[in-house]
Ligand binder design. Structure first.
Ligand code: SF4
Ligand code: WCC
Ligand code: FE2
Length: 621
């Protein structure tokens, strides 16, 4: 096995990895060692399992699959399906929010409500729904119908394309890249990649981009916006992060997954006086709800709950021995968590029929019965406190402070009501540009080493950093999410953020909340009357692992945002596809991917790009 020192930059992770080894508990790192080396064909993307004439593996020696598909076709098809998987994940999450809105509109639930009428009306206006003088519920019903229709086949484009600069939409139209309907693009990708359909790699890639755009400007954006409507628009607030947020004297309940629909109810139920009283009866001082991954991010942004960790901390959180229950919805939940929970008194509870885990306690969570079910779940956690083995508890550190809650609405409010001061700071060169660092951990990479390093390098260069997803906890643990972090920033960024009392690295939410960053870019482009690809901005996912990250990367590029990946997707087996990704897309959509494992170099690449874009806008470098 690889030495623990090489697995993570964090002391809390290393302490728990030692404890895991001492207690004989297997982690993701052990399993990676057993899977290494990986299949070369799969790494290159040159395997195909799309029919039973195969499976086929193509190489120089043997360049065609049984049907005659070459490496270009096979790689493009595989990548297309990979992106479709990611787009499906985000978008199905978005759909779940529409269904909650439906339950509210139909009067089927009183556990959820419309918290932000103003935002609902603002969104309605943006997608062409009349709001003047109409009761909120009527507007909500139209918004619901409109968003359901965005998933179907009867529209020419998804509704939130109303936010996209016209030049960009024209570009997409010319390329047949306009996302028409979320489910339509995903299904069409499955169709195109069936044997005997789209056998032209660049054409498949164009549809992959369209599918990704249906995610970013469709499913994800709907997910973010309706979550705000139902649970509140995030506002800046302080919280804490790392395994130290788990408290030895409390009932600890971790929420993991993505959708706030379950976790918001769990948090509300955890404040129930009866359950609290029962926890005290059992010797706990309270009930502590802490977050993992994106459902954690959702609750952090809106409710300020503490963050226990990101992707590679999920197993390790349980290994503290102090977690009574881990409640999951879907996505990024390692099935191994059931086994790790089984090594302790921890109850593993799943809540979605589409994400069941063998060995878990299952709740079929529904809007109608949400609060009642949430209370039952919290009660299971509370009762588990009695079974905790104090001798096996080890909480390895004290939490660090973080600042969160930067929605576009909050940023605009902080700037005095419009984005103009931000535009001015960019024009003056105090903020030279902005880069969103997003995405995951990957056990092939020393945990958070790249996520943190890139953020540090960029802020030094007066480049504002926005973080979402699992990069949030990375940046937070590194001390970058507090106002004091301006000391690590360049002079311009220090001045602007210092004056506003905000960190140079802003927490922008969960992975679906990358839609907030898209919206911000579109708003900036519209304010300057340019295309998104003219802005001095970039995106990065240094330690990505998931299909969803590929969808995000591709919608960023297709939206005109220069995008860095710390390691390539499985496309290197096709020169055509690889060249398109890292250079050819520039001519088509005005941005490309770049792959770079060294974060100093990656920051320099962003710096160069930002200089070029600034110059073209007539600004100082
Ligand atoms: Fe092989 Fe073609 Fe079938 Fe793929 S679709 S498994 S390349 S025969
Ligand atoms: Ni989003 Fe990546 Fe975390 Fe999962 S939660 S691990 S896709 S960044
Ligand atoms: Fe996520």
């Amino acid at each position: 096995p690889r030495p623990i020192e090489e697995l993570s930059i964090w002391d809390d992770a290393k302490a728990m990895l030692k404890k895991a080894r001492a207690e004989g508990i297997q982690t993701v790192h052990d399993r990676l060692d057993r899977q290494t080396p990986h299949c070369k064909f799969c790494e290159l993307g040159t395997t195909c399992r799309n029919c039973t004439m195969g499976p086929c593996r193509v190489s120089e020696k043997n360049p065609l699959g049984v049907c005659g598909a070459d490496a270009d076709v096979i790689v493009a098809r595989n990548f297309g399906r990979f992106v479709a998987g990611g787009a499906a994940g985000h978008s199905d999450h978005g759909r779940d929010l529409i269904e909650v809105l439906e339950a509210i509109v139909e009067g089927e639930t009183s556990d959820y409500k419309i918290t932000e009428e103003n935002k609902l009306r603002a969104i309605a206006g943006e997608v062409g729904i009349k709001t003047d003088g109409r009761p909120t519920m009527d507007v909500a019903r139209d918004v619901m119908e409109c968003f359901f229709a965005d998933f179907g086949s009867r529209k020419k484009e998804v509704s939130f394309l109303s936010r996209v600069p016209k030049v960009r939409k024209d570009k997409w139209a010319g390329l047949k890249m306009i996302p028409r309907g979320v489910d339509r693009e995903i299904a069409e990708m499955m169709h195109r990649t069936h044997m005997g359909c789209d056998n032209d790699a660049p054409n498949t890639m164009i549809h992959a981009a369209r599918t990704a755009l249906a995610d970013g400007w469709g499913g994800s954006m709907i997910g973010t916006e309706l979550s705000d409507v139902i649970f509140g628009v995030p506002t800046p607030k302080m919280s804490t992060a790392n395994l130290g947020v788990i408290k030895a004297d409390k009932v600890n309940l971790l929420v993991h997954g993505h959708n706030p629909v379950v976790s918001e109810m769990i948090l509300a139920a955890a404040r129930d006086p009866e359950l609290l009283a029962r926890a005290k009866e059992l010797g706990a001082t309270g009930i502590n709800v802490a977050g993992l991954c994106c459902t954690g991010n959702e609750l952090l942004m809106r409710q300020g709950i503490p963050m226990a960790g990101n992707h590679l901390m999920t197993e390790l959180a349980i290994i503290t021995g102090a977690v009574e229950a881990i409640v999951v919805d879907y996505q990024c939940i390692m099935p191994s968590l059931v086994q790790v929970s089984g090594c302790y008194h921890t109850k593993f509870i799943d809540t979605a029929n589409k994400a069941r885990f063998s060995g878990a306690i299952h709740f079929d969570f529904q809007p109608k019965t949400a609060m009642k079910q949430a209370r039952e779940i919290v009660s299971i956690a509370v009762e588990a406190f009695a079974q905790r083995d104090a001798g096996r508890v080890d909480i390895p550190c004290e939490p660090v402070e973080i600042m969160t809650g930067f929605s576009n609405e909050a940023v605009t409010a902080a700037l005095g009501g419009s984005l103009d001061p931000l535009v001015q700071a960019i024009a003056a060169g105090d903020i030279r540009g902005a880069v969103g660092i997003v995405g995951c951990n990957n056990p092939k990479i020393k945990q958070d080493s790249l996520n943190v390093k890139l953020a540090e390098e960029l802020i030094k260069k007066d480049i504002l950093v926005l973080v979402t997803g699992c990069v949030t906890t990375a940046a937070g643990k590194a001390g970058l999410l507090v106002p004091d972090a301006i000391e690590k920033a360049g002079p311009g960024l220090k001045k602007v953020c210092g004056a506003l009392g905000i960190p140079p690295v802003l927490h922008y939410g969960s992975c679906v909340d990358n839609a907030r960053i898209l919206q911000l870019c579109a708003a900036l482009a519209n304010a300057l009357n340019v295309d998104i690809s003219d802005l001095p901005v970039g995106a990065s996912s240094p330690e990505w692992y998931s299909e969803k990250a590929a969808a995000i990367g591709l919608y960023a590029v297709a939206s005109g945002i220069y995008t860095h990946l710390g390691h390539p997707p499985n496309i290197l087996g096709s020169e055509t596809v690889t060249n398109l990704a890292v250079s050819g897309l520039e001519d088509l959509v005005g941005a490309t991917f770049f792959i770079e494992g060294d974060m100093v170099k990656a920051a320099d690449m962003f710096d160069e790009r930002i200089k070029t874009k600034r110059k073209a806008l007539g600004l100082s470098e």
